[in-house]
Design a protein around this ligand. Sequence first.
Ligand code: HEM
Length: 428
Amino acid sequence: MTKPILPQEVASAVVDPVAYGQWETLHEQLSWARANAPLAVAENHDHDPFWLVTRHADIMAISRDPQRFANGIRPTVLTNRDGEALARAATPNNDGHLIRSLVQMDAPDHMKYRLLTQSWFMPKNLKIVEERIRQIARETVDQMLAQGGACDFARDVAAHYPLRVIMDILGVPPEDESRMLMLTQQLFGPTDPELNRSREAITSAEQAIAMLNYVIADFENYFGALTAERRANPREDIATVIASATINGEQIPDREMSGYYMIVATAGHDTTSASTAGAIMELAKNPALFERFRDAATDKAGLIEEAIRWTTPVQHFMRSAKEDVAIGGQKIREGDWLMLNYVSANRDEDVFGDPFAFNPDREKNQQIAFGFGAHVCLGQHLARMEMRILMEELLPRVKSLALAGEPARVESVFVGGLKRLPIRFEAA
Ligand code: HEM
């Protein structure tokens, strides 16, 4: 059977950071793919060919089968051919993973490492940090209201709140937060000229790898010092759990240790910032919805779940086939690389009625923004809780909310969302 090949405009869009910045055009291409070639190969000049997986059901099937669709073999985030070759040359065993965190691991390591912190992120444990999070939410709202009726919600509010929460849980003091924020934005959005370290567009794989290595070295220095400190003075925080963790009776190696800090420190805020800003954008556009959710008695769960579907902050992850597999009517060969496009799956007409409408009243919102299966987002309960608490604290204190300019999205293929959301508001 020959492999179906995607039209060039679809193949080009799904690898183009600018297309993710202008998401309407991207959605047109993804809708076309779902209807006409839901599992087909994207061929681009700079990238190895990969299967673009656009339907919800196929992404679920692949995600629930980590034995056959692995994370550790090829890059887990789209990387061009030169970038992958350079990363392989720059890493131990040529594995190409500049960072080795949960995301890059397969069985048996993956579950051993995941279990070290998993209980911290379960709803039962999160109750313990709920009051602390509420306090951070209140301070965040105070600061927003102090801005006197207008702000860039993405930059001034959404970027800081989840960062404070995750840093608090991790054990990083407030004075180091701005460094963490800058590093995360560089790690996740290095293609966006407004966010990368040099403030110029990255034009070559060498430049991208050099910048990423610089950012990773910064993280490693920081967390190396934190580990030493927590081993000497243990506390009730995740840094202490990671610093004192053992696997098979041994301390975890440095590379995996810094990878762990990095994934917790980074996965936990730009993502939640994006879904929080997305929720506020929709409320700012729709006064009736805003009125409804301002009421303290209105349950916020539907709003939160729909904002997460709507924004899909993590836009894709890659998997690699460990053996030949038939899926979605196609024959995937051992070694094939696949892009799980969550942006597309979260607009799948087969799963969501009227998928391009923002509707907090969906009966059973099967959004797949947190992924699925063995690697499903470790922080999903925390993300929902943070968003709920901020909405509970913020909405009743504001009596009007409106857009005050054009929102703008991050130009990144991986973690996306709003980088600018100008709003006007009146304190209640
Ligand atoms: C993994 C999305 C917030 C920590 C993931 C994955 C996705 C995702 C798509 C990969 C799932 C898969 O491969 O099946 C999101 C979104 C968030 C969010 C959309 C916010 C709205 C958080 C938070 C944390 C976090 C607050 C806090 C620590 C992690 C970690 C992993 C992960 C550690 C790796 C899990 C593994 O590989 O076993 N997330 N995430 N995320 N997320 Fe999140």
